[in-house]
Design a protein around this ligand. Structure first.
Ligand code: SF4
Length: 359
């Protein structure tokens, strides 16, 4: 019997009372931001932010079998109801999709697998139902440890047009430290990269993205070179996250990276993924970036536009910015915004300029 928090979903609550296990494809977890956006939860976002991607997390009996030490889903985490900083209530899939179909703010739906063998087959009816009920574009956040290329082909045939792979750590050593043998976890760096190659072949260059988390102990140089590598090798854009300590996880005491470090990596990522520069044109000193390989004019225009500091992720109606904008997924609303879910204003840009040059 699993013991997820059930909040605001009468059907699911009754199911729990009847001692049935709530699992996908019938049930999914959705982010609190998504629940608020589609009207299943009350609440407004700070500064009027709007969520444009409905993120669904698959539910499997016994939960995720991996053991990533920074993650809110890992099998050894103390009991908690949060993941990526916020609570993820459980709903019936059809209830969520009915609400999404009536919400004009939503431009994309993302289905996240967890590391559980049931996900491989159970994701297919979820994708099919999303397409039938909402017609929205669908991303799949893949779990490389449990899937093969044929599985991705079936997901694409069911209607998914983009994929993401959360490599998270920027180097093989850090990957093993937080996700692999070091934590008795099943994930392997080589498998993640071969899965990325397959995903790029199945979904097409530009449609197979990678998640990286800044602040797991890597240098700016290591992160930027990895962002550059996956872009050149697989055409994979990077979707950037800033580390946030998950309560109860093995890394709950780790500090967030300095915002200055995050800003510099955000800017470098944007310049690389938009074809303005590459890691070999950039300069580094003691692991920190000192030059971006672009003219002052390009640099000024990039910073003033605010685009480099907006959330990076799968796009929706606007190809220039992410539908998956994850409002306040990387910080508390009382803290400085790291991934802007909307265009930064003049005051934000002034602060960002100061941060970029502070070492
Ligand atoms: S960027 Fe967002 S929509 Fe795309 S795969 Fe990652 S979580 Fe899903």
């Amino acid at each position: 019997m699993i013991s997820y928090r059930v909040d605001g979903a009468p059907a699911a609550r009754n199911f729990l009372k009847g001692y049935h296990v709530m699992t996908s494809p019938e049930f999914v977890q959705i982010s609190m931001a998504a629940a608020m956006t589609v009207g299943l939860k009350p609440g407004l976002f700070f500064r009027g932010a709007k969520l444009h991607c409905l993120n669904l997390l698959m539910l499997c009996e016994g939960g995720c079998k991996a053991n990533c030490s920074y993650c809110g889903l890992s099998r050894s985490r103390e009991k908690s109801d949060t993941f990526i900083r916020v609570a993820w209530p459980i709903y019936k899939l059809d209830e969520v999709l009915d609400a999404a179909a009536n919400c004009s703010d939503i431009e994309r739906v993302c289905v996240s697998m967890i590391t559980h063998p049931d996900c491989v087959a159970d994701i297919l009816p979820i994708i099919t139902e999303i397409k039938e009920k909402t017609k929205l574009p669908v991303s799949v956040l893949l779990s490389p440890t449990i899937i093969k290329k044929e599985d991705m082909m079936k997901m694409k045939a069911a209607g998914a047009d983009k994929s993401g792979i959360a490599i998270d750590a920027a180097t093989p050593v850090l990957f093993d430290k937080f996700r692999g043998e070091n934590v008795h976890g099943p994930h392997r760096w080589d498998k993640y990269l071969s899965c990325l190659k397959d995903a790029a072949e199945v979904f097409g260059k530009g449609n197979a993205g990678v998640h990286f988390i800044v602040g797991l102990g890597e240098t700016e140089e290591e992160m930027i070179k990895m962002i550059d590598h996956v872009w050149k090798e697989y055409g994979a854009p990077t979707h950037l996250f800033s580390f946030f300590p998950e309560r109860g996880s093995g890394e709950s005491m780790r500090k967030q990276p300095p915002v200055e470090q995050y800003r510099r990596v955000q800017l470098a990522r944007w310049l690389i993924n938009n074809g303005y520069s590459s890691a070999d044109k950039m300069t580094f000193h003691n692991g920190k970036i000192t030059g971006y390989g672009v003219s002052d004019a390009v640099m000024n225009e990039a910073v003033e536009s605010g685009y480099p500091f907006r959330t990076s992720g799968c796009t929706g109606r606007d190809e220039k910015c992410a539908a998956c904008n994850r409002p306040f997924g990387n910080e508390r609303p009382s803290e400085e915004i790291r991934n802007f879910p909307f265009a930064p204003d003049t005051e934000d840009i002034l602060l960002i300029k100061k941060e970029l040059v502070k070492y």
